[in-house]
Structure formats: structure tokens, C-alpha cells
Design a protein around this ligand. Structure first.
Ligand code: TRP
Ligand code: SF4
Length: 334
């Protein structure tokens, strides 16, 4: 059976960008693959090292969101990254196979470096060794279970490309050890924000969270960017420049053809249109939030799922690392 490895940083609750960008794919694929899903607490610490409580709390929030969204703990191993020490070991071996300049050239890292410079000034002090190296530890996450498929959103592609380079180099130097992992992208690998931003992202403050209440969803939808040319209710408008329309499509509104026609004909008011979207989003979120409440009320069950997922991952990682040490001639007392 082929193996999937994927996951998310424990930096906050999951939102619709996570769901349509990748989670939906993982939920579908979990039945046909040996699936490992990590909650990346070590990687979250690269940005939040001075805030361990935040990371710890978010491990639990992400676990709840996974279970709520439909990751089935009978199908997939949900695990905590820091509890697989083999990953840390493999990160050290991998760190010889990547140059510092290559790490700085990674487009996602570049973007994050620019963000940090904006926040902390231009002196480079904010760029730690751990931050720069997290794509290497991400490669180790993947290789530690010898995964060949990695379902992720578009922003993760540069990291995956880097993982592929590292793994190929390892195989070339030390002999065939790892599968070269392939990304699996969803139909919508990047979800735009209702505010018109190119990406739904926590740092842009434009997320609809899987756990948002109707009130929160309504507030966000009501302030969405629509066609600015439409001023009165019966002005004709262009749905293709409207974020509400984009979300109607994303939510697979069965009434989508009418939305389009009525908008173009000036037979549809934006407030009405937004209310329809709020209803559709809440209908979509309802079963997710019901499962979330189930697990919120059963913390021991969540803990057991994480513990078992972590144990299963550790077992696999230990097998893989045994082979790694043999191939690297580090198997001293075996
Ligand atoms: N970088 C991913 C994120 O920001 C999380 C992650 C860590 C990951 N290790 C991974 C994703 C390995 C895929 C494969 O959400
Ligand atoms: Fe957008 Fe709907 Fe208003 Fe048209 S009617 S501009 S699709 S919100």
C-alpha cells in the first residue's frame, strides 16, 4: 500500500482554506492509503518558541479540527511531531544535504523572511537557524515514514520540492533508501479570502474557521468584497469579480446558475445573496461542528487517538531509521 504523510502547524484552528486546499483530499484518500497526519508542534515552535503554551493548546485544537472535519482515526494515524525523535535525528543527517543558500531561495521561506523583516526590522536577527531549517525537518517528517504522497496546499510546494531534492541526494550517496515523495494538490490548492486577498490566511485576518459560529460567519460574509460597480439592489453586476460568488462556487451551491444569471440581470440584491451564502456555509459546517462538540466533550478519547497514532508512527519511523543507519554506516553495535 502507498503511504501518505501530511499535516499542519499547530498555530491555530483550521479554516476553510485548509479544508478546501487539502483537508478534503486527505479525508477522501485516507481509505485507500496508509495515512499519517502530523500535528507539527516542533515546526510551530520555530515561530513561537517563546510561547510554548500557545503551541500546546493548538495541538489540541488542530486534533479536534481534524476529527471534526472527518479524518477517521481508524483509517489515519494522527500524531504529534515532537514525539517522534527519529525525525529530529534524520533532520540532522539531512542537514548536510542542503546548502544554506538553497534554503534562502525557497520561495515560501523567502516570503516568510520578508514578513518577519516587516515585523521586526531588517537586521536579520529574527531569522533563526531553526526557522531557516524547517523545510529540512519537514523533509524528515516525510521520509521518516517513507511516504510517497503528500497532499498539501499550494504554499507547501516549495518545501516538497526541497524534500524531493534532499531525498534524491540521500539515495544517490547512501543507496536507495527513500521513495521520492509526490505532492497531491486539490482542485483549489489556494483559497482566496472573502476580502479579495489571494489567500485565506491567519496573518491576513480573513479566515472562516471550521468552528466559527453563525454570528462570526455572518460578520465576515457581510463585509465581503462584491462588484464595486453595483450600488443599488437592482444594478446589474459582474459575479466574476465578486468574492461572494467565488464562495458560492466553492461551497458548490446547487443554485449557482441562477445566482450568476440574477446577478447579471440585476435581479439579485447583494444582501440577499450574502444571506444565502451564510446559510450554505453554516449547512456545510454543521456536521463538522457537531463532531467537534462530540470530541470536545471526550478529551480522553482525543488523547487516546493521539497516543495510538503517535505509537503507530513511531513504530514505522524506527523501522525506517534502522535502514537509514545501516546505509549511512552508523549501525555500530547492531
Ligand atoms: N509546513 C506545514 C504547514 O505549515 C506542516 C508540515 C510539517 C507538513 N511537516 C510536514 C506538511 C510534512 C506536509 C508534510 O502546515
Ligand atoms: Fe456578488 Fe451576489 Fe452581489 Fe452579484 S448579487 S455582486 S454575486 S453578492
Amino acid at each position: 500500500m502507498e503511504t501518505i504523510l501530511t499535516g499542519d502547524r499547530a498555530t491555530g484552528r483550521l479554516h476553510l482554506g485548509h479544508y478546501f486546499g487539502s483537508l478534503e483530499n486527505r479525508i477522501k484518500m485516507q481509505y485507500n492509503y496508509d495515512t499519517y497526519i502530523l500535528i507539527a508542534d516542533v515546526q510551530a515552535l520555530t515561530d513561537n518558541f517563546s510561547n510554548p503554551k500557545k503551541v500546546r493548546d493548538n495541538v489540541y485544537e488542530v486534533a479536534l479540527d481534524y476529527l471534526a472535519a472527518g479524518i477517521d482515526p481508524k483509517q489515519a494515524h494522527i500524531y504529534i511531531q515532537s514525539l517522534i525523535p527519529e525525525t529530529a535525528e534524520l533532520t540532522v543527517y539531512f542537514s548536510n544535504l542542503v546548502s544554506v543558500s538553497r534554503l534562502f531561495r525557497n520561495p515560501t521561506t523567502k516570503f516568510e523572511v520578508a514578513q518577519k523583516k516587516e515585523l521586526f526590522g531588517n537586521n536579520g536577527e529574527s531569522i533563526t537557524y531553526g526557522f531557516l531549517g524547517y523545510p529540512v525537518s519537514q523533509a524528515a517528517d516525510i521520509a521518516c515514514v517513507n511516504a510517497n504522497l503528500v497532499p498539501v496546499g499550494e504554499d507547501q510546494l516549495p518545501h516538497l520540492e526541497q524534500a524531493r531534492e534532499i531525498v534524491r541526494k540521500f539515495n544517490k550517496i547512501y543507496g536507495e533508501t527513500f521513495n521520492v515523495p509526490e505532492p497531491v494538490l486539490s482542485k483549489n490548492p489556494r483559497i482566496k479570502g472573502l476580502d479579495g486577498n489571494e489567500k485565506m490566511s491567519k496573518s491576513l485576518n480573513n479566515c472562516i474557521y471550521l468552528s466559527d459560529s453563525e454570528e462570526e460567519v455572518a460578520k465576515k460574509v457581510m463585509s465581503a468584497v462584491t462588484d464595486p460597480a453595483k450600488i443599488k439592489k437592482d444594478d446589474p453586476a459582474n459575479p466574476d469579480v465578486c468574492m461572494v460568488y467565488y464562495y458560492h462556487k466553492l461551497m458548490k451551491n446547487p443554485n449557482i446558475d441562477n445566482v450568476c444569471k440574477e446577478c447579471k440581470n440585476g435581479q439579485r440584491g447583494c444582501v440577499f445573496c450574502k444571506r444565502e451564502l451564510i446559510n450554505n456555509i453554516m449547512q456545510f459546517l454543521e456536521p463538522i461542528q457537531e463532531r467537534r462538540r462530540y470530541y470536545e466533550n471526550r478529551p480522553e478519547e482525543v488523547e487516546k487517538i493521539l497516543k495510538e497514532g503517535t505509537e503507530a508512527t513511531r513504530k514505522k519511523a524506527m523501522e525506517v531509521m534502522k535502514r537509514v543507519r545501516e546505509h549511512m554506516k552508523l549501525d555500530y553495535f547492531e
